[in-house]
Structures are given as structure tokens and as C-alpha cells.
Design a protein around this ligand. Structure first.
Ligand code: SF4
Ligand code: SF4
Length: 379
């Protein structure tokens, strides 16, 4: 059966305009009352990747957060919100993003995803047991509030990827270390979404992030609210809007294959995609895989063929975040003999290309480059 995705124009974060756009998106999906029931405890999951200001386009904008809260409160839901940022702490991130001020005004509590419980998931195709934040398990339902951004590993971070924050704290780094190629990482995300089963995604695509996302890229006006009950369909539409080929978005391809959602048979309600497509949106459209070739050759191929992180020395402030975040042991990015007078350096033979360093660098000092050998080979 076709999945339905609502696409509504909204070119400003002015509170009234966003309230109207989110309301129209909900109406196109049948109304908030068809998604939540009075008295249900609904957990909102915005993107709070790191402490960052709304204008940086890293986190879900407070105007989208506020509009969603108001519509769901009108439908009678009991709301809270939470996340587990990769770096910097939930309270700090929520305050910096402007969400705390909104939540306090509207009486919505913040949940810090610090602790979790192991949840058996025998239906998992790859992962049979997840550790999930207690608050996610205790809620009657979860509504995802992602931001449309580029991502070095998954190409797109949007509705499916947003649930990774339901895995508390450092457990996320363990997944990066174990799922060292994009296909397995995407499979893990799909299993995670199959377990959590979010009821709805409302995507903040008013201003997205292009280029060196999900933290170090550039804000880019997209002018849309995208909403769906189907995480895969929401991401497929988001990818189409920024002209990112669907076959490059593994979470959509695998999400479709594994029955999480529908990537192809989609009924778009509201604006037709062709009318809202953003031309020239900068994203990783390289077809270089992180797992090319047969297994014995993978280490070599990974070293020479897959996009690699590099540090722009002139931007590096020697903060050490990349070293801290690198999930492999021994570290693949580290100080040279402990010397912090220069930037850290890479040992690419150890690097699993998870791009956590690039994702977390606060100075936008880490780029991801496709090696020349890969570009020549794939021409
Ligand atoms: S995180 Fe960025 S700024 Fe900090 S040491 Fe690494 S490259 Fe330099
Ligand atoms: S150096 Fe960066 S990309 Fe490589 S394993 Fe460490 S965090 Fe991941």
C-alpha cells in the first residue's frame, strides 16, 4: 500500500507561519487526533546532536518544536521530549537550541536519555538486542522531529537516523565501532526503527544543512515541512527534494527491503515534489562504498577507495574532540606523540570511516574527501 507523505511550504521560522504549516501537514495526514489519543504519553524526539544555536541549522528549530507541541496538546496528548546528544549533554543542547524555553513555556518536561535497558529484539534482522533509553520504553508513543541534513556516512540524516539518539550515551560509539560499513550501520538503524516504531515524523526542512553535515555544513533554505507516519517514505521524499538519488540512501533501500517502510510507492499530498525541489543542494553523491570488493580486500580497498576524513590545520583549535569521539582502539585520529602543538593526525589503516570525528568537530575543521584512486576507478 502506498505511503502518504505531506509536503507543505513554509519559508520562514515565524511562529504563526510554522504553526499553520505543521497544522496543515497534520491535517493532510488525517489530523493530529488520528495520531495521538487524549491522555497518551507521547515522547518527542528532536535532533539535538550537539549544543548549537538554531541559526546554525544543526538542531531542530524551536518554532517547529513549538508548533508540534501546540497541535499535539490540542489533541490531548501528554508530552515530554528528550535526546542523547553525541557530545555536550542533553540539558545544555536543549537550552542552546532554544527548545528549553519553549518547553518551559508550554509545560513540557525534558528527559535526559542517560540510562537504558537491554531490550531483546528477536525480530531483528541484524541486531537481536538493543539498549534503549528508559523514557523511550516507558512512553506510549514516540514522534520524531528530525532536521533535514547531509551526513558523511548515511548521506542523509532525517527521519530514520534521528532515532539513533534513543540509544543512550556511549552505546552509540559502540555501534559505530561494530557496524563499520554503511550497509551494516544502515541495517542497524532500520532494526532500531522497527523496534521503536515511531508514530510520526515531522521534518524541519525549512532550513536544512548542505555540504559538510551534520554539524559542519552550511544552512540552506529548503522551505518545507515534511511529515509522514512512514520514516522511510519521509526520508525518500526528503532525498528527492534535495535531488539525492534514492539508491545512495541505504536507510531507505534497506528500510524498504526489510519492511520498515515504503521507499517507492509514495502518495505525496500538499506540494508536488517537482514544484519544491532544491537545485544544487550540496551532498555526498559519490558512489564510493565503504565495503567494496570481497572481504579479504576490504581493508586495502577501504584505505585507498573510501572517502577519508582530513583536518584543515588552519581551522583546528586542538580541542581534542575528534580524538575523544573516535570509537576505535587504538585511536585512528590522535596526537602525534601526545604533542598538541599541531592538529591530530590520522592513521587511515585503523580508520573505519564512521566519520564521528567529522561529525563532532566544533570548528568545521574536518572535511571528507574521496581519494583520487576511487574517483578514477569509478569513472
Ligand atoms: S575536533 Fe576539530 S578542532 Fe578539535 S582537535 Fe579535532 S580537528 Fe581540531
Ligand atoms: S578517525 Fe574518524 S572516521 Fe576514522 S574511525 Fe576515528 S572517528 Fe571514525
Amino acid at each position: 500500500m502506498a505511503a502518504t507523505v505531506a509536503v507543505v511550504r513554509c519559508e520562514t521560522y515565524e511562529t504563526g507561519a510554522v504553526h499553520a504549516a505543521v497544522g496543515r501537514a497534520l491535517d493532510l495526514l488525517g489530523g493530529a487526533g488520528t495520531i495521538v489519543a487524549p491522555g497518551e504519553r507521547i515522547l518527542l524526539k528532536p535532533n539535538l546532536l550537539v549544543p548549537s544555536r538554531p541559526e546554525d541549522a544543526v538542531t531542530t528549530h524551536p518554532a517547529v518544536f513549538e508548533a508540534t507541541i501546540r497541535h499535539l496538546l490540542d489533541a490531548g496528548a501528554l508530552l515530554s521530549f528528550g535526546d542523547s546528544p553525541a557530545f555536550g549533554g542533553t540539558e545544555v543542547a536543549a537550552r542552546r537550541a532554544g527548545l528549553t524555553a519553549v518547553a518551559e513555556k508550554l509545560g513540557v518536561g525534558l528527559e535526559v536519555f542517560r540510562e537504558g535497558r537491554a531490550v531483546p529484539f528477536p525480530e531483528g534482522r541484524l541486531i537481536k538486542r538493543f539498549e534503549i533509553a528508559d523514557q523511550v520504553l516507558e512512553a506510549d508513543g514516540l514522534i520524531s522531529l528530525p532536521k533535514l541534513k547531509t551526513h558523511a556516512l548515511t548521506r542523509l540524516t532525517c527521519a530514520v537516523k534521528n532515532q539513533f539518539g534513543c540509544v543512550p550515551g556511549m552505546r552509540k560509539g559502540e555501534f559505530h565501532a561494530k557496524m563499520s560499513d554503511i550497509r551494516r550501520f544502515a541495517q542497524m538503524l532500520v532494526d532500531l526503527n522497527r523496534l521503536i516504531a515511531p508514530r510520526l515524523a515531522i521534518v524541519d526542512a525549512i532550513v536544512g544543512m548542505e555540504g559538510n553535515g551534520p554539524r559542519g555544513g552550511d544552512p540552506r533554505a529548503v522551505g518545507l515541512i515534511i511529515a509522514s507516519r512512514d520514516m522511510v517514505a519521509a526520508d525518500a521524499v526528503a532525498a528527492s527534494v534535495i535531488d539525492l538519488p534514492l539508491e545512495l540512501v541505504e536507510t531507505c533501500v534497506i528500510g524498504h527491503e526489510w519492511g520498515l517502510g515504503e521507499a517507492y510507492d509514495i502518495r505525496v499530498v500538499g506540494e508536488p515534489i517537482d514544484a519544491v525541489r532544491v537545485e544544487g543542494f550540496s551532498a555526498n553523491r559519490s558512489r564510493a562504498s565503504t565495503t567494496p570488493g570481497p572481504r579479504p580486500h576490504q581493508a586495502l580497498m577501504k584505505r585507498w577507495m573510501t572517502p577519508r576524513p582530513t583536518i584543515r590545520a588552519e581551522r583546528c583549535t586542538r580541542c581534542g574532540t575528534c580524538v575523544t569521539m573516535c570509537p576505535v582502539s587504538p585511536k585512528a585520529v590522535d596526537w602525534h606523540d601526545g604533542d598538541r602543538s599541531g592538529p591530530p593526525s590520522y592513521r587511515y589503516e585503523r580508520c573505519i570511516r564512521c566519520y564521528c570525528c567529522q561529525e563532532m568537530c566544533p570548528e568545521r575543521a574536518i572535511d571528507v574527501h574521496t581519494p583520487l584512486a576511487s574517483r578514477l576507478f569509478r569513472r
